[in-house]
Design a protein around this ligand. Sequence first.
Ligand SMILES: [Zn+2]
Ligand SMILES: [Zn+2]
Length: 424
Amino acid sequence: MNFFNLPHSPTLYGLVLTLILPAAVHANQYENFRFPREESTTKDGYPTPLSGKPITKTPVITKKKGASNKKYPEYYIPGKEPLADNEMRVTVLGSGSPTPVRRAQATSGYLVELGNGDNFIFDIGPGTSGNLYSMGIHPALLDKIFIAHLHLDHVGGIFGIFDAMGWARNTPLQVWGPSGTTPELGTAAFTQNIREAAEWHVQSKRNLLPTGGTTIVTHEIDISKFSPENPRQLAYDKNGVKIYAFPVVHTIDGSMGYRLEWKGLSFAYTADSEPSTFEAEQCKGADIFIHEVFPAPDEYAAQTKMPLQHAKNALHQHTSPEELGMVFNLAKPGIGVGSHYTLGDALIDNAFKNISTTYDGPVMLAHDLSVINVTPEQIVIRQAKTSLLAEVPDAPKLEEVNMNPGKRSDSRRPDWLTETKIQK
Ligand SMILES: [Zn+2]
Ligand SMILES: [Zn+2]
């Protein structure tokens, strides 16, 4: 029966709604989320995008043989799996390329959750905030963003997390990122401009809502201090968590990677970078190493409808699957993750085939909401089932929250317009 062709009969509508509503009410439960496609694989046996499986043939990697390994449910469901006190969970918030952002692939963003309750966001590209909020973490606990570089596919989603007025985070957003070779090219100039661009937004809500969340505190990493003798800088050091920044080869000076270390577990992320022995050294032995990868030029030209020569020029600045394998072969991570890749059924087998010419370790292609759990014993990769209608979880108890509404603009709408308001 086609619901949209129903005759205009209230009785029949009532009957149909009665039948449909109970299912609709439950449709926002995580457990009932259905992946858009039936489980399916490519010709070579890799899960296809949106099939509910992570795109890898090594979803479980044993780090310590003979250890008693934790068992995980088939899918990650937010809010249902507290982390052990020596466990890390990394979620891909955005796995795609900037042109274009797709419904199935936001651009760069990764969430790192630790068993001590700390959360970190690495890059916040367009489309990532919906995925982020679907992870069941209260926004007040999401205030630390580490920016790898200032390309818009890595920072263009920042308004989605900056805007937390009144309902969530009432403390400043903390942002780490590279300085530029000149001040206007640095992260502090970027965040200042973001805050200034939001002035009308902020003023319009003053005296109505707390404004503690409308400031950004920026921590710039001075890129001029990097050298062969000083290859990395400690950007963050708190609660036993250390995050190091190091430079990578990507366009103009001011692109970095990060490495997070905590309780013997590690996460390394180079965002966009051409392959280098330097980055491989910085990411050596990390449990998770996320690196960009692009298709071969002919595939990319076909995908982007770009002339082949332009595709070759563009990809010269990026990492091919074979080069990704070379970097992983030097770094030997627990799981090597290729990301920033526009997924498509036809591109998957070739990517893995080409990676395998230079690397035979565990590898995956990132997909939005791929989830990687790391413990001292193992690495487990799954897809998350998140609700399309995710609600904000209970608010945590916050201390020293700035509830001061601040100054509101005294600019007024013209009286003639206000007088047309319909009286309640
Ligand atoms: Zn970039
Ligand atoms: Zn990028």
